[in-house]
Design a protein around this ligand. Structure first.
Ligand SMILES: [Fe+2]
Ligand SMILES: [Fe+2]
Length: 372
């Protein structure tokens, strides 16, 4: 008798989901990479370059490919810019918001056609998708600004920079060939790899982004959740149009806090159009130190004058004027003035992204002291 072999269906091979494993391995690698980066970036290590906008140098890069290359900071790109006496910077527009601290000089902005004056010590803000251009109004003195743009926006799927006008004296890179428009004006160039860069406004992007600001229906009493959302948009548009773009240093008082003497230039309470940042100035008295604390939000300092050191999780990092100090998330930190004769000052930028997702707040560990 013939044997009948029953043919059973082979079980489906089990596909292992390795997402969480891969994420953990990736994060461990990134944490190692961040731990190897310096917390104090020295001014002489960061070269100046000349591009479409102005003299410029990049302390911490803004592209995803720049992540954890220069300093252990992920949510704030850090740049510096010089406008020569009387110089006009490039004009452009991007979705990323930007915050500038004016280190020296005086000038003004044109933001979506409106003029905003600034001078040394002020914070100048560029809200998201604002057509902006910097002008040095002093024919004898350069203007210098330390600033940040937010690399997080690169991951949002709407980021774009439209370069509308070049700075005074700009010419295309030497290894490139110009692209001409119908009236023989240069409208872009082709680089050595044959890739094209186009100047000017991108009307398709402008139409898409501005429609959310223009097609706003006025709603007095929302009838449902959908209308509540529409009302929120209307309020947001009105708020964006009303906030000042420059925070005047002279109009913000110094406060003696547990962390020391601070001037809070940009906070959630202060009326300016930024969402991604906070900023303050801090002064350390001769031989004194700040308080000691810990928070999730990344913080970056530009030392404006003096010399001293930070202690981060028990490790000492020395700094002097012009250096940039990086404080990564959850690092316990305290700032010391090592000069017994002179005060030190620094400007601090802090990322507000952490508070947005519920990682705000501060653990305060020690109060500031006049003498160490
Ligand atoms: Fe910009
Ligand atoms: Fe801090």
């Amino acid at each position: 008798m013939e044997r009948i072999v029953e043919k059973r269906r082979e079980p489906e091979p089990v596909q292992f989901d390795r997402n969480i494993e891969a994420h953990q391995i990736h994060r461990a690698r990134e944490a190692q990479q961040a731990a190897a980066l310096p917390h104090v970036l020295k001014s002489f290590d960061v070269p100046w370059t000349m591009g479409m906008m102005a003299f410029h140098r990049q302390w911490i890069g803004s592209s995803p490919s720049d992540r954890l290359k220069q300093g252990p900071i992920c949510t704030m790109a850090i740049m510096e810019q010089i406008l020569e006496p009387g110089m006009k910077g490039g004009r452009h527009r991007h979705v990323r918001e930007a915050m500038f601290y004016v280190i020296e000089g005086e000038g003004y902005e044109i933001h979506d056609g409106k003029r905003w004056e600034w001078s040394a010590g002020d914070i100048m803000t560029v809200p998201s998708y604002c057509d902006h251009q910097h002008f040095n109004s002093n024919p004898r003195q350069k203007a210098r600004m330390w600033y940040s743009i937010s690399p997080i926006v690169e991951f949002m799927g709407i980021h774009w920079t439209e370069q509308i006008e070049m700075r005074s004296g700009y010419s295309i890179p030497p290894d490139s060939e110009p692209i001409y428009g119908p009236d023989q004006a240069v409208i872009g160039y082709r680089n050595a790899n044959g890739e094209e860069f186009r100047m000017g406004v991108n009307l398709a992007i402008q139409q898409r982004i501005n429609s959310r600001l223009e097609n706003v229906i006025h709603i007095d009493n929302p009838r449902d959740t959908y209308e509540e959302d529409m009302k929120l948009l209307e309020e947001e548009v009105a708020w964006r149009q009303s906030v000042p773009h420059v925070v005047r240093n002279a109009e913000v008082p110094w406060e003696n806090t547990r962390m020391g003497r601070r001037k809070f230039l940009v906070t959630r309470q202060r009326n300016c159009g930024l969402k991604a940042y906070d900023a303050f100035l801090q002064e350390l008295p001769p031989g004194g130190c700040s308080g000691k604390h810990r928070h999730a939000a990344e913080e970056v300092h530009k030392i404006l004058q003096g010399k001293g050191y930070d202690v981060h999780d028990g490790k000492r990092y020395d700094w002097e004027a012009e250096d940039v100090v990086c404080i990564p998330p959850y690092v316990t930190h305290q700032h010391f003035n090592s000069d017994p004769q002179h005060a030190t000052t620094f400007v601090a930028f802090q990322s507000r992204w952490y508070a947005f997702i519920g990682h705000g707040g501060v653990e305060h560990l020690e109060d500031a002291r006049d003498r160490q």
